[in-house]
Design a protein around this ligand. Structure first.
Ligand SMILES: [Cu+2]
Length: 118
């Protein structure tokens, strides 16, 4: 009987924890519908890794020296992006290493998520 109980507990945990992990991603609601759909032309999503070179909270921009982004066929470069919301820049400072998410058209994407890795 105790084996069955611990099995039920394990099942319960595996159901609860993915939900918690999802909540921590803070994905904007629009991204769910745009994912995995080749027909989506105007709202492409891409992921990058880079170093913060500048932050402008007044303009709502971040300058990133990013690694190549294969989803966009971009080489490594340093460039300035608009952020979707200025709150994304909270706690972000020059020199930090970040993972970031881009959304929008190829030429003018907006940063929709930033996570500091170092
Ligand atoms: Cu770039």
């Amino acid at each position: 009987m105790s084996q069955l109980n611990s099995l039920l507990v394990a099942l319960g945990l595996s159901l609860v924890f993915p939900a918690l992990a999802d909540g921590m991603n803070e994905m904007p609601p629009m991204q769910g519908s745009a994912m995995g759909n080749g027909a989506e032309m105007t709202s492409k999503m891409a992921h990058g890794i880079g170093t913060v070179k500048g932050v402008d909270t007044k303009k709502g921009t971040i300058t990133l020296a990013h690694q190549p982004i294969k989803e966009l066929n971009w080489p490594a470069m340093t460039m300035t992006f608009k952020v979707a919301k200025s709150e994304l820049l909270n706690g972000v400072t020059v020199g930090q290493h970040v993972n970031f998410t881009l959304q929008g058209n190829d030429m003018n994407p907006v940063v929709t998520a930033i996570s500091i890795t170092k």
